[in-house]
Design a protein around this ligand. Structure first.
Ligand SMILES: Nc1ncnc2c1ncn2[C@@H]1O[C@H](COP(=O)(O)OP(=O)(O)OP(=O)(O)O)[C@@H](O)[C@H]1O
Length: 265
């Protein structure tokens, strides 16, 4: 595999908060162009911290990278401000959706394209593409975001990210607080976007079942360390993963997920 195939490489990443609380102790993660990769792990495993580090958002949370590297298209993300990373094509939908509640759905979407300095014609073209992927948002385009459902807000937040024309879309826990059917719908749309446009997607999820269903590969974190990486379908078949992350019964004799650095990806 050539380096050009790798869009994101996180190597031996360590991070702290307030120079005191150690959150990541060795995260390894790699995404090839055109892949969907799921970042899995329980509450507090370090998923959000990893994603914030990738978008260079840790300093705003009093967080520090203390070791390791993060390369987006071969360039160290620490050299760019978060807003420059967005312009470079690394766009993140943060946990909790974050729509502007007093703006309409369409105004929220348009706000995602403004940072690029798009012309009116480009904005209209990008809006059409977002509505093609989320037809429901077209129907709701004049509604105030704050009055739309959680699922609609998540779609708006993803649509707004798409308006920045990402090459790598990073999503933190898109399923949070949403009904199972809505979550399915969102993951199906992400899959279609990925297949039709080649968009690379990194998605952090506690809902391992849905993430493994739609991802090509997955990486599992435990206590700030990558403990497993592999093809999503293969991980979903492992007894230990099924027992620990899919909430399924342990098969007698099944091994637990080893607390050691990941297998090579
Ligand atoms: N702003 C912060 N200040 C101090 N410690 C933090 C901060 N944010 C996270 N942590 C700690 O870092 C560790 C990793 O948390 P993180 O939020 O990255 O995990 P997570 O896998 O995303 O979990 P969740 O699914 O609950 O968001 C935890 O021990 C958490 O308490």
């Amino acid at each position: 595999m050539s380096n050009d195939d790798v869009i994101l490489a996180v190597t031996d990443l360590k991070a702290t908060y307030n120079h005191a609380v150690s959150a990541l102790h060795g995260v390894n993660l790699m995404l090839k162009r055109g892949e969907i990769v799921a970042l899995l792990g329980a509450n507090g495993a370090g998923k959000s911290t990893t994603l914030k580090a990738i978008s260079n958002l840790l300093p705003a949370q009093r967080g520090q990278i203390t070791a390791g590297s993060i390369l987006f298209e071969g360039v160290d993300v620490r050299k760019s401000a978060a807003s420059d990373l967005v312009r470079a094509g690394l766009v993140q939908v943060l946990e909790g959706r974050h729509c502007f509640p007093s703006l309409s759905v369409e105004e929220n979407l348009i706000s995602g394209g403004l940072g690029r300095g798009s012309s009116r014609a480009e904005l209209a073209e990008d809006l059409d593409k977002v509505y093609a992927h989320f037809p429901h948002l077209r129907e709701k385009r004049r509604a105030l975001s704050g009055l739309t459902s959680g699922g609609e807000q998540q779609m708006t937040a993803i649509g707004r990210a798409l308006m920045s024309r990402p090459r790598l879309l990073v999503l933190d826990e898109p399923s949070m607080g949403l009904a199972p059917l809505v979550v399915q719908d969102i993951f199906k749309t992400l899959r279609r976007l990925n297949r039709e446009t080649g968009l690379s997607i990194l998605v952090a999820e506690q809902n391992a079942a849905i993430a493994l269903k739609y991802a090509d590969r997955a990486t599992i974190l435990e206590n700030g360390i990558t403990v497993l990486s592999g093809q999503a379908a293969e991980l979903g078949e492992r007894d230990d993963v099924r027992a620990f992350y899919l909430g399924q019964k342990t098969i007698p004799g099944a091994r637990s997920v080893p607390a050691q650095p990941a297998t090579a990806v």
